[in-house]
Design a protein around this ligand. Structure first.
Ligand SMILES: Nc1ncnc2c1ncn2[C@@H]1O[C@H](COP(=O)(O)OP(=O)(O)O)[C@@H](O)[C@H]1O
Ligand SMILES: NC(=O)OP(=O)(O)O
Length: 311
């Protein structure tokens, strides 16, 4: 039996509730297949498109009618955890019933501790919300004061601060549920970013990268495997160019070399590769895998995906 943290990409979950309801079925099937194989599975997910959508919906509604409240980022993150967690736990529960398995599944609204002095607060880098063209991006910069960047050849997106995860407030609860053989959905959207205050924690305006939060979770749970499921089958070099090449595996040295050569786009593939490296580096029993949500089963069988092995 392996302990596997599975991280589902926010972009791999579709752009709206209808698309997401469809995509979670693939995720549920992939997750339940892993459980059926006898693995202990802990589920994490992204929220980039979703947290951006929630935040701008409140912002636009407030602009139209000042009586409608603006919604702070930590609260938007919490809403995205609830909304995505609901879809996932509903789909996983159905798949478990279909397979006549009696495990239970629940979402833990999770706070993730960050450093209030993290330089990321001065350097927004996390793409969120939908993709727009250059003209719309310029308009959004002017009218909404957003910072917009080009995101992996897919268009322009708003970026917000993305501090690194340091700890998970609800870790003991997650461990208890996992030890009791329950399926747990946690660190959604990288977790709600919080810093310490007098009595506990308070939320801060940021979006943690779920790849880093999932690697932190996998490390703290001493998992055997971190599986990052996204929209591409494999990590590539020369991404988007005519000489694009799929990578079946990546060593620690190759990761450093390709990062130096800027092969992985910031805010998309770069954090995934860095998160995998941080999880496996120095641990011979740990493996990380980057693969597509649709081909998760084949990837676990070694037929596709990019494997990152430490040691
Ligand atoms: N070197 C690369 N290899 C493969 N995909 C890459 C690379 N660089 C950037 N990408 C892009 O990164 C995307 C995955 O990142 P992202 O969309 O942020 O994932 P998610 O939301 O699923 O976590 C891929 O779909 C692809 O468009
Ligand atoms: N929070 C986060 O990393 O979301 P994505 O996976 O959607 O980028």
């Amino acid at each position: 039996m392996k302990k596997i943290v599975v991280a589902l990409g926010g972009n791999a979950l579709g752009n709206n509730p209808i698309e997401q309801l469809d995509k979670v079925k693939y995720a549920a099937k992939a997750i339940v297949d892993m459980v059926k194989e006898g693995n202990e599975v802990i589920i994490a997910h992204g929220n980039g498109p979703q947290v951006g959508m929630i935040n701008s919906a409140f912002e636009e509604s407030h602009l139209l009618n000042q009586k409608h409240p603006e919604m702070p980022f930590p609260e938007c993150g919490a809403m995205s955890q609830g909304y995505i967690g609901y879809h996932l736990q509903n789909a996983i529960q159905k798949q478990l019933s279909h397979e006549k398995m009696n495990q239970k599944v629940a979402t833990v609204i999770t706070q993730v501790i960050v450093d209030e002095n993290d330089s990321a607060f001065q350097n927004p880098s996390k793409p969120i919300g939908s993709f727009v063209d250059l003209e719309t991006a310029k308009l959004m910069e002017k009218e909404k004061k957003y910072i917009m960047v080009e995101d992996a050849n897919r268009g322009y997106r708003r970026v917000v601060p993305s501090p690194k995860p340091i700890g998970i407030v609800e870790l003991d609860i997650i461990k208890t549920l996992v030890d009791a053989n329950h399926l747990v959905i946690t660190v959604g959207g990288g977790g709600i970013p919080v810093i310490k205050d007098d009595l506990g924690y308070k939320g801060v305006a940021a979006v943690i990268d779920k790849d880093f939060a999932s690697a932190k979770l996998a490390d703290l749970l001493n998992a055997d495997m971190l599986v990052i499921l996204t929209a591409v089958d494999k990590v590539k070099i020369n991404f988007g160019k005519v000489n694009e090449k799929d990578l079946d595996a990546l060593t620690m040295k190759e990761i450093d070399m390709y990062i130096e050569a800027k092969e992985f786009s910031a805010g998309s593939m770069l954090p995934k590769v860095q998160a995998c490296k941080s999880f496996v580096n120095g641990y011979s029993h740990r493996t990380a895998l980057i693969a597509s949500l649709e081909k998760a089963k084949e990837a676990l069988l070694g037929q596709t995906g990019t494997r990152i092995i430490g040691g």
